[in-house]
Design a protein around this ligand. Structure first.
Ligand SMILES: Nc1ncnc2c1ncn2[C@@H]1O[C@H](COP(=O)(O)OP(=O)(O)OP(=O)(O)O)[C@@H](O)[C@H]1O
Ligand SMILES: [Mg+2]
Length: 248
């Protein structure tokens, strides 16, 4: 069965996209078939990283205008991954973003159905891991991605005072949806605690990634694919292994 992972956070800029992209790369490198979807339809990022010749977008899939097969692009050859690596981008066009953020509750509930159908279709395509890169906070489409996922990777940043927001989102969203969650503390300045022994908000912290200027300046690269020995890549490989252990 396709395992879906929502990469989410209470606040913006905690490193969700960076972690989602590198994690997808790490899985594909290892030989897993991966699909990475940009569910951050308000602030799309994957388009500028992958620059696909997109005809159809995740927006079209969520709207029910197109199936998932029309919306994803195979980038495995470009990145030389052992497993299949598919991406689906959200439309960066400003008028499209304006239109989609005005959608009502009915549209959002049919978008959730379309997302769940997409997951089933990807399962038929033998996709092992489906990763959702989401908007921060309680936007509808992010909650949909959380609802459609099997596990939530909470990207937390202790340095930007998101403790109370993360606590709120755990109590208000992940717990009522009975989601299995793990936390990554990203951009840490203090790397002394051992993640395996640490819990925050009652949830396992599976990694503490240091803040590295080098990561911030290399946004267009997938370090897990281009520089496997980089400390950030090493952190992502170990996150992948910990996620696998948590799935069992
Ligand atoms: N460990 C790290 N050290 C230094 N910079 C990092 C680290 N992780 C991520 N970054 C950088 O932080 C910036 C924000 O990351 P990113 O865009 O992934 O955040 P985000 O949570 O997806 O933001 P948004 O909520 O706006 O979607 C990027 O420039 C990224 O390269
Ligand atoms: Mg992002």
């Amino acid at each position: 069965m396709t395992f879906a992972l929502a990469v989410h956070s209470s606040k913006g800029g905690t490193g969700k996209t960076c972690i989602a992209v590198n994690l997808a790369g790490a899985y594909a490198l290892e030989g897993k078939n991966v699909c990475l979807l940009d569910i951050d339809i308000r602030g799309p990022s994957l388009f500028s990283i992958f620059k696909p010749e997109a005809l159809f977008w995740v927006n079209d899939m969520l709207s029910g205008k197109r199936g998932i097969k029309d919306t994803i692009h195979d980038v495995s050859e470009e990145f030389g991954t052992k497993g299949k690596f598919f991406i689906g981008c959200s439309n960066p066009d400003i008028s499209e973003i304006r239109e989609i953020v005005r959608k009502d509750r009915n549209w959002q509930s049919s978008a959730l159905k379309n997302l769940i159908s997409a997951k089933k279709e990807l399962d038929k395509k033998n996709i092992d891991i489906l990763i959702f890169d989401t908007s921060p906070g309680v936007e509808y489409e992010s909650i949909n991605a959380v609802a459609a996922s099997d596990m939530v990777l909470i990207v937390h940043n202790s340095s930007i005072a998101c403790n109370s927001c993360t606590e709120q989102i755990i109590g208000g969203i992940y717990t009522p949806l009975k989601k299995h969650c793990v936390i990554i503390d990203n951009m840490c300045h203090d790397n002394t605690l051992q993640p395996s022994e640490e819990k925050r908000f009652g949830i396992d912290v599976i990694a503490r990634i240091p803040c590295m200027c080098d990561v911030a300046t290399r946004n267009d690269e997938i370090l897990t694919l281009t520089e496997r020995d980089h400390i950030f890549s090493q952190n992502i490989y170990s996150i992948k292994d910990r996620i696998e252990r948590h799935r069992l």
